[in-house]
Design a protein around this ligand. Structure first.
Ligand SMILES: Cc1cc2nc3c(=O)[nH]c(=O)nc-3n(C[C@H](O)[C@H](O)[C@H](O)COP(=O)(O)OP(=O)(O)OC[C@H]3O[C@@H](n4cnc5c(N)ncnc54)[C@H](O)[C@@H]3O)c2cc1C
Length: 393
């Protein structure tokens, strides 16, 4: 057997969830070692929305000074009808929103948030980081678990947190379940220099355009240097066994019914990579003894409510608190963490699907009904959002 390294608490995956977990653990005096399979810690070139349920956590973890310079704080979220071009409703993200939730809604380049987390982790002696280290499998031991890596090394751990995303290897050990579910929807997305787009809604607005089996999201990034666009549509040629569906040509066909401003903006969308909408259905059990899951490894969701990373951030602080409260009784803490989180995350997973199917992607009379019902909604009516944004994990 290869040489075995002793690791008290191993976090597998150095994405937004894993690094936030490391920081949250450190803030409670709990050391951890983070392994990341990619040669470097990093994120893709796209934007991320962070709602107050997560921004209050980033604030408490002391990250705001590092991200304030690059984050954009929009003043409104506007929902538009992608076909008629009419304004459907909006959410005021200004003073009334701040008063209600105490923390802002902001948008940030994923790389900027990851860099801020990474710098904060590197400044903490209790966090050690190792890139280019891919977990292959886990075996339970009498008092923890052994992590076996692709490079042939083995870490003997007292406990393991799987923050290794949608195709989590840790999850395979914990739940033994099948591959994630692929929906017939696909996204094209990315951040582009703002000069590449001829018309946009300005620095203060996030735009959500909803249409028949499609939606389109736009917002500024990096103090207005960049613009993030996400186009999502249902493919008619969906075939989970192949890659030949959800093509750029289908994107054009699907969006042919949309209004001129959407079609114009779509000309600048990045087409170099497609993102099939992949998720898993909620589960109640994502802990096994001294191994647990966090973020997309536990509850990957459709991205329609922009909450996947926000929920990973919520998980991170809840996990750290339960570990601290238990005096590092890992099994008790992991069970308590799961109990505190699974219904909350299941609700977000289910609501994301609902928002896509029954609000954003409507056609025919249902689209008109949506517009008519939402027309009388006030921009400072936050009653439908309290459960999501008011939550303090
Ligand atoms: C189009 C789109 C838009 C989105 N927009 C938003 C948004 O606006 N707001 C929001 O909150 N969420 C959004 N999300 C969701 C969000 O991106 C994810 O929920 C979030 O990134 C999950 O973070 P994570 O750390 O759990 O997983 P990941 O970000 O997937 O990180 C997992 C890490 O683990 C590493 N890893 C994987 N396997 C191994 C292994 N075997 N060994 C070691 N390391 C491993 C990976 O390399 C990766 O770095 C969006 C998603 C999509 C698809």
């Amino acid at each position: 057997m290869a040489r075995t390294t002793q690791v008290p608490l191993l976090v597998v995956g150095g994405g937004l969830g894993g690094l936030t977990a490391a920081l949250a653990l450190s803030s409670r005096g709990i050391p951890c070692h983070v392994v990341e399979k990619s040669p470097q810690f990093g994120e893709i070139g796209a934007g991320l929305q962070i709602a107050p349920n997560a921004s209050r956590i980033l604030h408490r973890l002391g990250l705001f000074d590092a991200i304030r310079g690059t984050a954009v704080f929009p003043q409104q979220l506007v929902m538009m009808d992608a076909v008629s071009g009419e304004r459907v409703t909006s959410v005021d993200l200004g003073r009334a929103f701040l008063e209600r939730y105490q923390q802002p809604y902001f948008v940030i380049h994923r790389g900027d948030l990851l860099d801020a987390l990474l710098a904060a982790c590197r400044s903490k002696p209790s966090i050690t980081l190792e890139a280019g280290k891919a977990l292959a499998r886990i075996e339970d031991t009498a008092d923890g678990a052994d992590a076996f890596f692709a490079d042939g090394t083995v870490y003997r751990c007292q406990a393991i947190v799987g923050a290794d995303g949608l195709h989590s290897s840790v999850r395979r050990h914990v739940t033994g379940d099948e591959e994630p579910v692929c929906e017939p929807y696909v996204a094209y997305r990315g951040a582009i220099p703002i000069g590449a787009i001829s018309e946009h809604a300005g620095m203060d607005s996030m735009m959500y355009w909803g249409g028949p089996e499609l939606h389109f999201v736009q917002y500024p990034l990096r103090g207005g240097e960049m613009y993030n666009q996400v186009a999502v549509f249902r493919s008619r040629r969906f075939d989970p066994a192949s890659q030949d569906w959800g093509t750029p040509q289908e994107l054009q066909e699907s969006f042919a019914c949309t209004c001129a401003p959407v079609r114009k903006s779509l000309e600048a969308i990045l087409l170099n990579r497609r993102w099939p909408m992949v998720h898993r259905y909620p589960i109640a059990q994502w802990t096994r003894g001294r191994v647990t899951l966090l973020g997309d490894a536990a509850h990957p969701m459709l991205q329609y409510l922009a909450q996947g990373a926000c929920q990973a951030i919520e998980d991170a602080v809840c996990l750290a608190r339960k570990l601290s409260e238990s005096g590092l009784d890992y099994e008790r803490a992991f069970a308590a963490y799961q109990a505190a989180r699974y219904l909350r995350t299941a609700r977000v997973q289910t609501s994301a699907r609902f928002f896509g199917d029954y609000v954003m992607h409507l056609s025919g009379v249902n689209r008109l009904l949506r517009n008519a019902l939402l027309a009388s909604r006030r921009a400072d009516d936050f009653s439908a959002l309290d459960w999501l944004y008011g939550h303090d994990a």
